[in-house]
Design a protein around this ligand. Structure first.
Ligand code: GLU
Length: 464
């Protein structure tokens, strides 16, 4: 059997980090099994399902590297098929026309409340003969069982049992003939050949209603896996109160996608106690068994830690490409050819301990800035007259040294010595001169990356 999973977002204006994780789990499950990962845009809410909102989802998935197979399916595009299925259920006797008016339903509910009986609407038309049907507007309702229980097996939640008297005869077609969302989901999942439905556990109750459509149509049911929602650090459902919740916000903060994927994979799923892994490992290991039953808590520190590890091992050119993308989405100028060449040369020392693209940029300031370097306020403090004098002495010595780490260390140490100071004391002035910053990669790394001429020119600028 080929595994076919799907991500079925409703475009609401942001790709919530919880939805992104749902997409990721489906992607991992399919990709790790040579299966297919499909995307369906559940755009039945016309007001919210704008082109822009749909694009936000596609952009978020593209950023996260969650590629889908085929084209994104539009749910509204399948409406005629949803109607056809409802009509088939009508013909089979699994659904019926209900002529009850809104006022009648309200009256039923009011009476039920007064009598303290179930307010689930029990339509008087359920078993009415066709001959008794009036010529009036109607909705099509599913004939749900009223007795007994239904048990669904869920790969995460185990066996879940519902009493059938908790289910009403849900509407399949509204009085204007349009299909409801709950029907659309099942028809689409069936038609798209979905074998595994992996989604948030806020849809678990829907599964019982959707199950009735599968039964009525005699369709093969998909494997279900309802995953717990993501909580904030305080143990409450992750929301704006906790800070950023949208994938685009994390992209805007400059988290690398590989780190984000790794962190989100670990959020609610585990493989022993492995925290850091590659996509290939995640695809190989990911299984429904490893999904936890209780909600995971979003932890920014952990996210940063994982991202830092991914930056450290990333391929330099790929990291730079991602940095260019980051600059583009955050409205920063693209790096020039010269800057790219400098970054590639210096990437080995920039990658250390950088968790995000802004941090990488900060470290790369000495490469990205041109002469004359203007030291920021903190760095300026390191460029007093004494330090300038020392830099002045150092410069000629750098002219004749072979440009290697050992030789550079030797020269700087001997100049420091001659001035009765320590090498460490020279680091501040050198940082200020070379990068204009107080926090930079090591001064020797900067010298090696900048090269002899540029280093000397910057020191001359600073000591002039
Ligand atoms: N459209 C639903 C949502 O965005 C998901 C439906 C499903 O996965 O079955 O929450």
């Amino acid at each position: 059997m080929t595994v076919v999973t799907r991500f079925a977002p409703s475009p609401t204006g942001a790709l919530h980090i919880g939805s992104a994780r749902t997409a990721l789990f489906n992607w991992l499950y399919a990709r790790g099994r040579g299966g297919k990962f499909l995307l369906r845009i559940e755009d039945t809410d016309k007001a919210r399902s704008t082109k822009e909102n749909t694009q936000i989802i596609l952009d978020g998935m593209t950023w996260l590297g969650l590629d889908w197979d085929g084209h994104a399916v539009s749910q509204t595009g399948n409406a005629a098929r949803h109607v056809a299925v409802a009509n088939e259920m009508l013909a089979n006797g699994h659904a019926y026309k209900c002529f009850s008016t809104q006022a009648e339903i309200e009256a039923f509910r009011e009476k039920a409340r007064a009598d303290k009986t179930s307010i689930l609407f029990r339509s008087p038309w359920r078993d009415a003969a066709e001959a008794d049907h009036p010529d009036a507007p109607f909705v099509v309702r599913l004939k749900a069982p009223r007795e007994g229980q239904t048990t669904l097996h869920d790969e995460v939640q185990g066996d879940v049992t519902w009493s059938n008297d908790q289910l009403d005869d849900m509407i399949l077609l509204r009085s204007d003939g349009t299909p409801v969302y709950m029907l659309a989901v099942v028809v689409d999942d069936h038609d798209m050949g979905i074998t595994h439905v992996i989604r948030g556990d806020d849809h678990l109750a829907n599964a019982f209603r959707q199950n009735l459509v599968y039964e009525a149509m005699g369709w093969k049911k998909p494997v279900l896996a309802h995953i717990p929602l993501i909580f904030g650090p305080d143990g409450k459902k992750l929301s704006k109160r906790h800070g950023a919740t949208g994938a685009a916000e994390y992209q805007g903060m400059g988290y690398p996608a590989a780190g984000m994927r790794n962190y989100l994979t670990r959020l609610g799923w585990s493989h022993g106690d492995v925290e850091f892994f590659s996509d290939a490992q995640a695809q190989e290991w990911f299984d429904l068994d490893g999904i936890g039953k209780s909600p995971a808590r979003f932890d920014t520190k952990k996210l940063e830690n994982i991202c830092g590890q991914h930056v450290a091992v990333a391929d330099d050119a790929a990291l730079l490409q991602e940095m260019q993308n980051f600059r583009a989405v955050t409205g920063q100028k693209a790096l020039t050819e010269t800057q790219i060449a400098g970054m590639l040369k210096g990437m080995y020392c920039l990658k250390e301990r950088a968790k995000t693209f802004p941090e990488l940029t900060e470290k790369a300031e000495f490469i990205l800035s041109d002469r004359p370097i203007s030291p920021d306020e903190k760095a300026s403090k390191n460029l007093d007259d004494v330090s300038r004098g020392i830099l002045n002495d150092l410069t000629p010595q750098l002219q004749s040294v072979s440009w290697s780490r050992d030789a550079l260390e030797g020269v700087v140490a001997s100049v420091a010595d001659a001035h009765g100071t320590k090498l460490g004391k020279l680091a501040g002035p050198l940082r200020a001169a070379l990068a204009g910053r107080a926090v930079t990669p090591s001064v020797f790394d900067m010298m090696l990356v900048l090269g002899q001429d540029e280093t000397i020119a910057r020191l001359q600028d600073a000591s002039a």
